[in-house]
Ligand binder design. Sequence first.
Ligand code: CP
Ligand code: NVA
Length: 342
Amino acid sequence: MNLKGRNFLTLKDFAPEEIEYLLELSAYYKELKKKNILHQDLTGKNVALIFEKTSTRTRCSFEIAAHDLGMGTTYLDPESSQIGKKESIKDTARVLGSMFDGIEYRGYGQIIVEDLAKYSGVPVWNGLTNEYHPTQILADMLTLQEEFGDIKGRKLVYMGDARYNMGNSLMIGCAKLGLDFTACSNSKYFPAQELVELCREYAVKSGSVITLEEDPVKAAQGADAIYTDVWVSMGEPDEIWEERIRDLSPYRVTKAIMDAAKDEAVFLHCLPAFHDQGTVIGRQIFEKFGISQMEVTDEVFESDRSRVFAEAENRMHTIKAVMAATLLEDPMHRWEADDGRR
Ligand code: CP
Ligand code: NVA
């Protein structure tokens, strides 16, 4: 398997075996990290990390993973660079491509990461766009593999706003890897029909089923994983909260939903989550609408079925694998002729 030179923009671009390889490489790097084995396979390289939206997990994952691999990082936020305002993406791509070995981008339209990839000449990694969040899916799948072993044939149910980055990307990931996927929401929030059809084509090949369902208890039946995400995503206007609360409250992940799933089912969330009043927005919503927990109850979030922090940790191992695989040939077998470092 050789992914050197490839971009990582959406899982649509990757064959199932390539995604499985990235998961295997993630587990490999995770083991090295746990054993405290240095793995600075990319010493001397440098990556640019562009964040036009805020981040905790993705930024930290890219920074730690890059440092573990021996690489330097430069963090660019929208205020401290010329991107978009004074300099086009095409020009930015050519400048950064001449200095860096890879570029991460988090922000708005998918077209921006596509343009960065087109004009920079170096691998570009999608750290979240409105449409897709592919590095998150690798972490989710690694977490499910750690839980269940083989994940083919398992059923993942996504509750909430299923027409945005997380719903779209989970549907693609499940369809490619052979997990049954159910988008459970008010039909206003189902993924675009065109993407559903494309994923159904992937699903035919992998032997899985894509379902759209409005009844949350029915959707949860037989599920191995229940997944949710915030009801209002970054970049969406605050005014939309009222409508989202009204439309999506029936899809809050509660104990009753978890009880409808399989006994061994796990709860997943990409985070950050609104499960209590420990956030500024959470408190504002409580004051305005009187609800103290949104997409998931605190009970489920804190329960022994919740795997959200294992999932968050796996962001780093999987992002490391994505960078290593696209910058190096065969990173897993680099040290077969052992030079004593491993
Ligand atoms: N899940 C995720 O992407 O988290 P951040 O927004 O903190 O990066
Ligand atoms: N849908 C969320 C995902 C955050 C990781 C957002 O775009 O804000």
